[in-house]
Ligand binder design. Structure first.
Ligand SMILES: [Zn+2]
Length: 246
């Protein structure tokens, strides 16, 4: 096992030299607790799903999950299919690294801002193509489908700011007011939930709605009918009860 681990490490050093991933040195602080190890596996599975479902190309997105006051997060620049159970990367709510030796995602400020401001337990950020296209066209996704109700209402676009900055995190938080997902202008999506699956599903629904709006609004000479905020709010009420009835 130790042998195997050394091989993986050697492997990674070679890979890092190629791909620019950074190590911050020896593993930080403490070793992962069993619930963190389990959450890490689920996080890696979700991150891989964003790639296999086409929401992310390469490592251009990131995923995090909160376990107690620790936030596990995908490291910067490591392809998700190369992440192992030993790569657990975690920070506290102030962003100090407490687990692992890989550098956390550069989008850490956005993830931490969501955890500080909401009851989120998981956050998914992508550069999904249709959602990103819509973020360049409008300040808010037109109400093309009632599933917007599942995200808290009309999905806003956070004004552009450089990736990884506090300014972007602040713009994002404003756009997330009363919502569980938003678009980031000329950048992508961010969504959160009580679980990794919920954060993922909301992101996938948002990308789907953006694709739907682009498709409907690209028919020459025709404009799609839109729903009212009331209609979407009513659907949102029903969606909240969905799946909880016996
Ligand atoms: Zn990004």
């Amino acid at each position: 096992m130790a042998e195997e681990r050394r091989d993986q490490r050697g492997d990674r050093e070679a890979r890092d030299a190629r791909e620019g991933a950074q190590e911050v040195g020896e593993p930080w602080g403490r070793s992962a607790r069993p619930e963190e190890t389990e959450a890490w596996e689920a996080l890696v599975a979700t991150a891989r799903r964003t790639v296999s479902d086409g929401l992310v190309v390469g490592t251009s997105g990131n995923v995090s999950v909160r376990v107690g006051d620790t936030v596990l997060v995908t490291p910067s620049g490591v392809p998700y299919d190369r992440l192992t159970p030993d790569d657990v990367t975690g920070v506290d709510l102030d962003g100090r690294q407490v687990l692992g030796s890989l550098v956390p995602t550069s989008e850490l400020p956005m993830h931490l801002a969501v955890y500080r401001a909401t009851d989120a337990r998981a956050v998914v950020h992508t550069h999904a193509v249709h959602a990103t296209a819509v973020s360049t066209l409008v300040p808010e996704l037109p109400l093309i489908h009632y599933m917007a109700g599942g995200l808290g209402g009309p999905v806003r676009v956070a004004p552009y700011a450089t990736y990884g900055t506090q300014e972007l995190a602040e713009n994002m938080l404003r756009a997330l007011t009363g919502r569980t997902a938003c678009l980031l202008q000329n950048h992508g999506t961010i969504g959160y939930g009580a679980t990794l699956d919920q954060a993922y599903d909301r992101t996938a629904q948002l990308e789907w709605m953006c694709r739907l709006w682009l498709t409907a609004s690209s028919v020459p000479g025709l404009a799609p009918t839109l729903l009212s905020e009331e209609q979407v709010a009513e659907a949102g009420e029903r969606l909240r009860g969905y799946g909880q009835r016996g």
